[in-house]
Design a protein around this ligand. Sequence first.
Ligand SMILES: NC(=O)c1ccc[n+]([C@@H]2O[C@H](COP(=O)([O-])OP(=O)(O)OC[C@H]3O[C@@H](n4cnc5c(N)ncnc54)[C@H](OP(=O)(O)O)[C@@H]3O)[C@@H](O)[C@H]2O)c1
Length: 290
Amino acid sequence: MTDNNAKVWLITGSSTGFGCSLSEAVLKRGDRVVATARRPEQLSELVDQYPQTVKTIRLDVTDLQEVHDAVQTALDAFGQVDVLVNNAGYGVLGAIEEISDEAIRRQFETNVFGALNMMRAVLPTMRQQRSGHILNLSSVGGFVSFAGAGIYNGTKFALEGLSEALAKEVEPLGIKVTIVEPGAFRTDFNGRSLALPDQTLEDYAPTSGQMLEWIQEMDGQQPGDPDKAAAAMIQAVESKNPPLRLALGADAVSAIHEKLESVKAELDAWEQIAVNTAFEGVEVGAVGRH
Ligand SMILES: NC(=O)c1ccc[n+]([C@@H]2O[C@H](COP(=O)([O-])OP(=O)(O)OC[C@H]3O[C@@H](n4cnc5c(N)ncnc54)[C@H](OP(=O)(O)O)[C@@H]3O)[C@@H](O)[C@H]2O)c1
């Protein structure tokens, strides 16, 4: 039986990892899901198990037509979209100088423009509904940068900047935005999904090279359980006051604390120089306030 009060989720990258765990978890609790993948045949088990409440469709988030088709599928099947999960993404590793222009652009196309495509396609529906929740899978690397992950960090910082502004734009319209910042979780991220640098330069062996080794060694050993991450994301969606940022994993939490402290210490140390830069006699207000 379909519960018509059940939420409708649209999830990108449902084939493996977080997207797979989350699709299964929300279906298990009785919600309805448009599960998407570049190879939708990977989702056939979900269809067998939940024939009434799951719809699947091919979706590469870089293909605008497929993006609009996925949103339309949700509307045709279930009449609404309550939760969009921008999960599809991958990591390019290597020093900034080591990665080709093409690989950099591909990384931004998926992690930034792909998520942006989805948000912009779903917003007219959510605005009309005056409700909805957008979950954007960023990373601890969307708040803290690491040597050897600069391009990936750039995409996730961009996603966080977009999400933070969007949250302020759509909050008065009844729509919520949550940025999810996982640490290391046991998915395909460190394995088949990883894009390695086109060349490696000896000068970066102690910085980027070390990171690359660590990430690859960590494959299959990551402490984070994607099923538990899915449960935490559901809890955030169900919360009366969902967080703007949801860090996941003790590793993410401690790296974010460390960054906040170092930013605060540096801001304090340079404050006198920073604040003495206005024209004489001009009063300075907060950014963006009249
Ligand atoms: N696992 C971690 O430690 C970790 C930490 C922080 C953030 N994240 C973020 O979590 C998200 C999910 O990754 P994961 O850890 O679950 O890794 P994963 O198991 O490798 O899953 C990645 C998913 O993204 C899909 N994908 C990649 N490019 C796509 C595109 N152009 N269009 C549609 N789907 C695409 C993949 O589809 P295919 O099956 O077709 O390749 C797959 O379903 C990513 O945004 C990642 O940056 C992961």
